[in-house]
Write a protein that binds this ligand. Structure first.
Ligand code: IMP
Ligand code: MG
Length: 177
């Protein structure tokens, strides 16, 4: 049996997303920005962030995978790419659901930087700072969390739980260990 404990409810998430959207708008004003949503985990966050963003926003999608079960494999695979013309000379914001070891974010930044954006920053909803292996810090972070396995609001455990409207901690009961 799995046991889910609410960590951030919908209200808390919405408030944070609105704050981040307004901080981002403060940087770019009415300049065009390309927001890259990393699939699948960041999809709810990216949609809510963009709905609250008042400026000139474009939306692109990247798909990478690294996680199997509750552990990061460290090997990043790119499953969906972006064409260079959508990045070159543009202000780019990479949107992530969660940064853990930092391998994925570092891979994504390298991939985008090769396309020569005008500027590049990163925005993650969650940061498990304590688990960092690669020396990388997101430019904007919603919440720093402890070393917990979280699910919901896009985040999954083997593709399950993405549809929860809140972010919860998944705890396995002794029977499943
Ligand atoms: P990193 O490459 O180790 O930083 O891992 C980042 C990716 O692993 C995230 O984009 C998530 O897809 C996934 N991930 C890391 N921690 C969690 C978690 O607690 N729950 C669900 N997915 C996670
Ligand atoms: Mg992800």
């Amino acid at each position: 049996m799995e046991n889910i404990e609410v960590l951030f409810n919908e209200k808390v998430i919405n408030k944070k997303v609105k704050e981040l959207a307004s901080e981002l708008y403060d940087i770019y004003g009415d300049n065009e920005v390309v927001f890259i949503c990393t699939l699948k985990g960041a999809v709810f966050f990216a949609c809510d962030l963009l709905k609250n963003y008042k400026g000139d926003a474009r939306m692109e999608f990247l798909r990478v995978s690294s996680y199997k079960g509750m552990e990061s494999t460290g090997k990043i695979e790119l499953n969906l790419s972006i064409s260079e013309e959508n990045i070159k000379n543009k202000n780019v914001v990479i949107i992530e659901d969660i940064v853990d070891t930092g391998n994925t974010l570092s891979f994504l930044c390298d991939y985008i930087n090769k396309m020569n954006p005008k500027s590049l920053i990163t925005c993650t909803l969650l940061d498990k700072k304590i688990k960092r292996v690669v020396d990388i810090d997101p430019t904007y972070t919603g919440f720093v969390i402890d070393d917990l396995f979280v699910i919901g609001y896009g985040l999954d455990y083997d593709e399950k739980y993405r549809n929860l409207p809140y972010i919860g901690v998944l705890r396995k009961t002794k029977k499943d260990l």
